[in-house]
Design a protein around this ligand. Structure first.
Ligand SMILES: Cc1cc2nc3c(=O)[nH]c(=O)nc-3n(C[C@H](O)[C@H](O)[C@H](O)COP(=O)(O)O)c2cc1C
Length: 184
């Protein structure tokens, strides 16, 4: 039997996963770069298709750029007819633009794996997270973000936000195991 070293027990890992919430209100408190680096370091441990590691993480620190990102996100939500949302978190949190090498499914799945690693790492560091696809659903918005960050080649896949939570969101209802799993 293969015994993995440094194995965390299931209960600890599961309770970390259970405690994750999407946070949309953050404290106006600077997140040290060191913590952001730890989050991305967790991301890049993820498995990836053919070990291509097709990701790039662009951290927005510049307040002007964050302001523009908020406009892009808010406009995108409006265009898509999504529910009204206080988008001020975009300027308060630390946005990380996840750029994937291409739209290839295997590569997108790989990047998504990195994203969830990052979200779990954030909890362990006392931070909250949100990922927002609304800003990158439509090509014109992806182009606006690409221009904002000077990205020429990659696919602007997702925007992730990290910061000190200033709310305790209710746990969202999750489907029961029996509804989504079968042994056949
Ligand atoms: C791929 C993906 C994209 C998402 N995009 C958005 C978004 O654009 N804006 C937003 O407010 N929440 C977004 N969310 C957060 C979801 O609304 C949230 O995960 C869901 O309601 C479940 O809540 P929980 O994360 O607290 O469990 C996204 C989540 C995922 C996984």
């Amino acid at each position: 039997m293969v015994v993995l070293k440094n194995r965390m027990d299931y209960g600890s890992l599961y309770s970390l996963m259970l405690s994750r919430r999407s946070v949309r209100k953050f404290k106006n408190k600077k997140v040290p770069r060191e913590l952001i680096e730890k989050i991305v370091a967790a991301g890049i441990t993820a498995p990836s298709s053919f070990n291509k590691q097709p990701w790039k993480f662009v951290v927005l620190e510049d307040p002007e750029k964050k302001k523009i990102l908020r406009e892009i996100y808010a406009d995108a939500r409006k265009k898509q007819g999504l529910y009204e949302q206080d988008t001020s978190f975009v300027e308060i949190a630390v946005p990380i633009i996840l750029v994937c090498e291409s739209e290839d499914k295997g590569l997108l799945y790989s990047c998504a794996m990195a994203a969830q690693n990052m979200n779990l790492a954030a909890i362990s560091l006392g931070l909250g997270s949100l990922q927002a696809i609304a800003a990158t659903t439509q090509e014109e918005d992806r182009e606006r973000i690409a221009e904002l960050i000077g990205e020429k080649k990659g696919f602007v896949m997702l925007v992730l936000f990290y910061g000190y939570p200033d709310e305790e969101p209710q746990k969202k209802p999750k489907k029961a195991l029996g509804e989504v799993m079968e042994f056949i």
